[in-house]
Ligand binder design. Structure first.
Ligand SMILES: [Mn+2]
Length: 427
């Protein structure tokens, strides 16, 4: 299913005059404060967030899974779904594939199909956290860290194959997330596990094309509950440093213990040129994978404050991070949920762009804590929705994506087209 862009314009008509008034008032107010409104709109217009191929169906929990109907049953349909999100938001022009769930039958045709919807291929994701049919060795006791070299070799070969699939699709990066770890004290020799992981990563790294990057994701616990081999940003960045200049750390918001100062991690990594990628989601307790901004929008804003500061004062030549939503949708329509996440990410980004950095620096140099805090609060409390709406409108997208999505009855059409009991591959 492909959205007729004329339909979006038709639906926009109803909301256009209210938007124009709201936007004009906001633009006036911000311009008077010395803010370059056009620059913010352009930045948001050019900003794209990758959607992972596994986020388009019902995620479920270990207790159960409740379908939505009309879920994409294959890679072509997953690309179509992201094409719809992109048509409605003008912000989802990239897909992040998971191998082996999304191996393209014909890479050239897949690439062409995605391009026709304005979508490029972002980071490729390998999977050594579960066993696949016909696989010679099990990952029950780890993959890249495994005590048996034959298992490690199999996991390395898989990652190399993922890189090869990515090359065919025009991707430029590989994300490695490992479930490797232990459930009980004594199960694993920490040093051996880390050394094995580094040696395996070195072999994968050697397979990367010249213009590729590898992102190393970390996670403190789950699925292993006593230890994870790559438990934190320190371990990830240590491995990245030992691997070489194409290796970076990837920060997933949900992969931290409660109350961790993630914005400081972001600043620290960027100051050393080591932040390669970002996975957005939100959480209250653990790796909850909730809609971005649903629980802690102020934290997200503080993170974007560091991202913007890091991109503007980039002494360490940190690359522009790869942005991706990594959430799971258990009770909401995934397409609506993803559009809510995009809105939350862009809201935090636009608010961070409002921060008066010169004034903030002066307040910091003066040790004027009250003013410094108020500069951040002032930006955070500003309503940037008219700027995001204007960015979408100029890009031919929807003034209100979810209203348009519902007005077009897209889920109903998807169910009619694909059926009620479809399950996205991999879920
Ligand atoms: Mn992630």
């Amino acid at each position: 299913m492909v959205i007729d862009k004329n339909k979006i314009q038709e639906i926009n008509k109803k909301a256009l005059s209210a938007h124009r008034r709201h936007f004009a008032a906001t633009a006036d107010f911000l311009t008077e404060k010395g803010i370059d409104v056009e620059k913010i709109i352009t930045t948001i217009q050019e900003y794209n967030i990758a959607i992972p191929s596994w986020a388009l169906g019902a995620g479920g929990t270990r207790f159960g899974r409740f379908g939505y109907g009309g879920e994409p049953g294959n890679l072509t349909q997953k690309i179509e779904d992201i094409g719809m999100i992109h048509a409605l938001t003008n912000s989802a022009g990239a897909i992040s594939l998971h191998i082996p769930w999304d191996i393209p039958e014909d890479a050239e045709a897949t690439k062409k199909h995605a391009a026709s919807l304005g979508i490029v291929f972002d980071a490729m994701n390998s999977n050594t956290f579960q066993d696949q049919k016909g696989q010679a060795y099990s990952y029950k006791y780890g993959s890249l860290c495994h005590v048996d070299k034959a298992v490690r070799d199999q996991a390395v070969a898989h990652n190399k194959a993922v890189i090869d699939h990515g090359i065919a699709l025009g991707s430029k990066s590989l994300t490695v997330w490992l479930a490797d770890g232990s459930n009980f004290p004594g199960q694993l020799n920490f040093r051996r596990a880390l050394n094995n992981t580094l040696e395996s990563l070195k072999e994968i790294y050697a397979h990367l094309p010249e213009d590729w990057k590898v992102f190393i994701e970390y996670k403190p616990y789950e699925p292993n509950f006593y230890s994870m081999v790559i438990q934190d940003w320190g371990t990830s960045s240590l491995l990245a440093r030992e691997l070489g200049p194409k290796a970076f750390t990837l920060v997933d918001l949900g992969h931290h213990l409660p109350n961790t100062n993630i914005e400081q991690i972001v600043a620290t990594l960027m100051s050393r040129g080591l932040l390669g990628g970002f996975h957005f989601n939100d959480s209250k307790y653990g790796d909850d994978d909730l809609t971005v901004g649903a629980i802690k929008p102020y934290q997200l804003f503080l993170i974007f404050n560091e991202l913007v500061d890091g991109m503007e004062n980039n002494d360490a030549n940190n690359p522009i991070p790869a942005w991706m939503i990594d959430a799971s949708h258990n009770v909401k329509d995934p397409l609506e949920d993803l559009m809510q996440s995009i809105e939350a990410i862009e809201t935090a980004y636009a608010k961070a762009l409002l921060i008066d950095r010169k004034a903030l620096e002066q307040a910091q140099l003066d040790n004027d804590i009250t003013v410094a805090q108020n500069i951040l609060k002032d930006a955070f409390n500003t309503d940037v929705r008219p700027l995001l709406t204007e960015a979408r409108r100029r890009g031919g997208a929807a003034i209100d994506p979810i209203t348009a999505y519902r007005a077009m009855e897209i889920r109903k059409e998807l169910i009619a087209e694909r059926g009620v009991n479809t399950t996205a591959t991999g879920l």
